[in-house]
Design a protein around this ligand. Structure first.
Ligand code: SF4
Length: 386
């Protein structure tokens, strides 16, 4: 085992709520259509899972919490209250950032006020695109006025640090749609914008429709051109690109998500939730019924466990580090490695610099804007070398 110098870091806690109002056509996340009986059983299991982790993590401090999904804001207010109370009861929290995912068209003033009063200080809202026809074509339950309404309700509850998620490459989407989506989020005072490219996942209705020719997506080139324009627009509005898909006003980077990219430790609870500590990874079952059964019979719901091998560990460090605008620190890599990164990869680094894929730095491997857009291509070169 290699060990990890980040053991002194505080933990992040991720809590998964696998329920949604309905299933979006492109979604392959671990979520199902909500059902109140199942939500009650799941809430009880989740609170019990927290109790089961209480002892093993009694010496650890948690400074970020992220309640994600699914759609956490679609479950009854009392269930969410119990889940949040259970977090505070079972873990040593020294909260810097407590986030929750909220989907437009769900939640209420009462819910958002309760969340704020219980210490939630960040919300992430799925806008996806500021165009009702496009939202409908991908099976989202909300329209643009509902997004605005939910955003304003969250904001006026006291939660001022709000992210808006935007997807590029949607059916019928143009550069103008993306710019309009960014302008809408910015006009509402979103401090953070995440912009992802649509990934056509297997076994989703959207993929089936595209395969049949019933839905046409922008080509790769068109998507590239529109997201490049969107990136420029984000920068012009003062959002800094601090990670490949994430932009924030200064001081509003997502502290919890930074833990994933910086390889700081985190514990994931609920279905499909992943955890990392040192080189250990473990992931809970994605099956809700199985999860509830396991926890109810006093067993952890872990389905996969692994320990990273040396080559995986080093590759992961490059892969995650180069997602960040600050890049991967050579010194950090070298502290684990029998060789110096800059010596071993001297030819590759020179090639990347000649092609404008990295920016000059003596201390970090930093991808340029172009390099970030071609990160997979950059990573392949390090893979080929090993
Ligand atoms: S709201 Fe999110 S998690 Fe739920 S179905 Fe839609 S994309 Fe999937």
């Amino acid at each position: 085992m290699i060990g990890n110098m980040e053991t002194n870091k505080k933990f992040g806690l991720y809590v998964h709520i696998p329920f949604c109002v309905s299933k979006c056509l492109y979604c392959d996340f671990a979520s199902v259509v909500k059902n109140n009986t199942l939500i009650d059983e799941y809430t009880a299991a989740l609170c019990k899972e927290m109790e089961m982790y209480r002892q093993p993590f009694s010496q650890s401090a948690f400074d970020t919490v992220f309640i994600g999904g699914g759609t956490p804001s679609c479950i009854p207010i009392d269930n969410l209250r119990r889940i949040i109370e259970s977090i505070y009861k079972n873990f040593n929290t020294e909260i810097k950032e407590f986030s929750i995912e909220v989907n437009p068209g769900t939640g209420s003033k009462e819910l958002f006020r309760m969340l704020y009063e219980m210490g939630i200080n960040r919300a992430s809202l799925g806008l996806q695109c500021a165009d009702d026809a496009i939202l409908k074509s991908i099976g989202r339950i909300h329209n643009v006025p509902q997004f605005i309404h939910t955003f304003q309700e969250v904001y006026s509850s006291g939660i001022k640090n709000i992210n808006a998620d935007i997807i590029s490459g949607l059916p019928g989407q143009t550069k103008e749609h993306l710019i309009k989506s960014i302008d809408l989020a910015a006009s509402l005072n979103a401090q953070h914008i995440s912009m992802y490219t649509l990934k056509l996942e297997d076994n989703t209705p959207l993929k089936e429709s595209v395969m049949k020719g019933d839905t046409i997506l922008p080509s790769e080139d068109e998507e590239y051109i529109m997201s490049a324009a969107a990136r420029g627009h984000l920068l012009s509005l003062g959002y800094q690109r601090y990670e490949i898909s994430n932009y924030a006003k200064e001081g509003y980077e997502c502290v919890h998500n930074l833990k994933y990219w910086k390889r700081y430790p985190y514990l994931g609870l609920g279905t499909a939730a992943a955890s990392m500590y040192l080189d250990f990874r473990f992931t809970n079952t994605p099956d809700i019924k199985k999860y509830i059964e396991k926890i109810n019979s006093d067993k952890f719901a872990i389905e996969e466990k692994s320990t990273l091998q040396d080559d995986e560990f080093f590759f992961e460090m490059i892969m995650l580090g180069t997602r960040l605008a600050e890049g991967m620190e050579y010194r950090k890599y070298d502290s684990f490695s029998p060789f110096r990164f800059k010596d071993k990869y001297a030819d590759i680094i020179k090639g990347l610099a000649d092609e404008g894929l990295i920016v000059p730095s003596d201390t970090h491997l930093i991808l340029s804007e172009k390099g970030m857009d071609m990160q997979n291509n950059v990573l392949l070169r390090f893979m080929d070398e090993d």
